[in-house]
Design a protein around this ligand. Structure first.
Ligand SMILES: O=C[C@H](O)COP(=O)(O)O
Length: 248
């Protein structure tokens, strides 16, 4: 998959009828110039992957358990996601960190399990509004990277998503300068820790990305794509964001 990536996170949205959006997306992008990933609820992964077949869209999970199997009611392992047809999984999304108390150490264990199962991983980091107001954004994001990203991370299989919590689903977006500051710091952290592999890792921006602001966001240095929530639910909106990334 190309380094530039348009990833859609459907969160807890979507039923069988929503798979029609995937048909529309495939029709609009038969040979995309960037990677396209859709992460539906776990209930739709197998159906979506089957529908796409060998098509141009990858399918991913939204989280996974660190263990391969066991007495963990309600959880799903990375190998199960892979068997269902997923090639990717998101870990450490702020909604998982907030709703389920997931720590950096747990996120790292999830990422390690995913890599062991042959999945590519998107590790999410980002500060809360209170942390930005306290001017500790770079320290928070640096700590999350240090704690959440596995030591054997490689550019081909690990992607970072910077998602300021205060920008998710709010319509509020950081300025290009604010995005550039954090993405540049993330790139420096990755290059320092992983050398050439760190320089190769894609860094996505996430938080209220829409067709109307995508081009401006993709013009920011070290922004290699987007992790899109609400605007990934409708093929027309997600398609416009994909087109903006292709043009960037
Ligand atoms: O994973 C996606 C992000 O949380 C962004 O969501 P949003 O585009 O609805 O703000």
């Amino acid at each position: 998959m190309p380094r530039k990536l348009a990833a859609g996170n459907w969160k807890m949205h979507g039923d069988g009828a929503a798979l029609a959006e995937i048909d529309a997306l495939m029709a609009a992008h038969p040979s995309p110039g960037v990677g396209i990933l859709v992460c539906p609820p776990a209930t739709l992964i197998h159906r979506m992957a089957t529908r796409i077949g060998g098509g141009p869209i990858a399918v991913g999970g939204q989280t996974c358990h660190p263990a391969a199997q066991g007495a963990h009611t309600g959880d799903i392992s990375a190998a199960m996601l892979a068997e269902a047809g997923a090639s990717h999984v998101i870990v450490g999304h702020s909604e998982r960190r907030a709703d389920h108390g997931e720590t950096d150490a747990q996120v790292r264990a999830q990422a390690e399990a995913a890599l062991a199962a042959g999945l590519s991983v998107i590790v999410c980091v980002g500060e809360t509004e209170a942390e930005r107001d306290a001017d500790v954004t770079l320290e928070v994001v640096g700590g999350q990277l240090a704690g959440s990203v596995p030591d054997d991370a490689r550019g081909a299989t690990v992607t970072i998503a910077y998602e300021p919590v205060w920008a998710i689903g709010t319509g509020r977006v950081p300025t290009p300068a604010q995005i550039a500051e954090v993405h540049t710091a993330i790139r420096a952290h990755l290059a320092d820790r992983f050398g050439l592999a760190g320089a190769d890792m894609a860094i996505l921006y996430g938080g209220s990305v829409k067709p109307g602001n995508a081009a401006e966001i993709f013009a920011v240095p070290n922004v290699d794509g987007a992790l899109v929530g609400g605007a990934s639910l409708k093929a027309a909106d997600f398609s416009a964001i994909i087109a903006a990334l292709e043009a960037a």
